[in-house]
Ligand binder design. Sequence first.
Ligand code: OFO
Length: 173
Amino acid sequence: MLDKKIEEILNKQIAIEGQASYKYLALASWCDNKGFAGAAKFLFEHSDEERMHMMKLLNYVIDKGGKVVVPAVEQPRSDFKNIKEVFEYAYDGEQQVTAAINEIVSLSLKLNDHTTNNFIQWYVNEQLEEENLYRQILDRIELIGEGGNALYLIDLEIDKLSKGAGGMAVIPE
Ligand code: OFO
């Protein structure tokens, strides 16, 4: 059985991951609209990943006999100045998710819930990877600068980081 406080914080995290999935859809759509096909592919894939994170949490709550409350989603921000701002926004969001995951770690330790603590470690590692990834992208954007072919090169670089599966290719017309 799940402690009520754990059930509550996991439901909160389900909402955060679901919202992140929507946020990445909005970021990907902005990129696609501005002709950044590689970045759009990468971000559509990331949206799928966030949904997977949400489902993993949801299944854990169910497996532990808890109650899932499927959250409403807010309309995500959809306007950005440029590609750098898109990835700054994504990076900022990932840092906020990491803080939320850390709260789950702390609560599970406080309540001696080692099963949840063990489960949530997957997210701790995932956030480490994701924060690194977005920091790398921002470093590359910085490095490439704003010269003639810069936007094209940035898009190519981000495209290289996508996994090739999922993303725009699997979105039904
Ligand atoms: Fe769910 O990993 Fe990012 O936010």
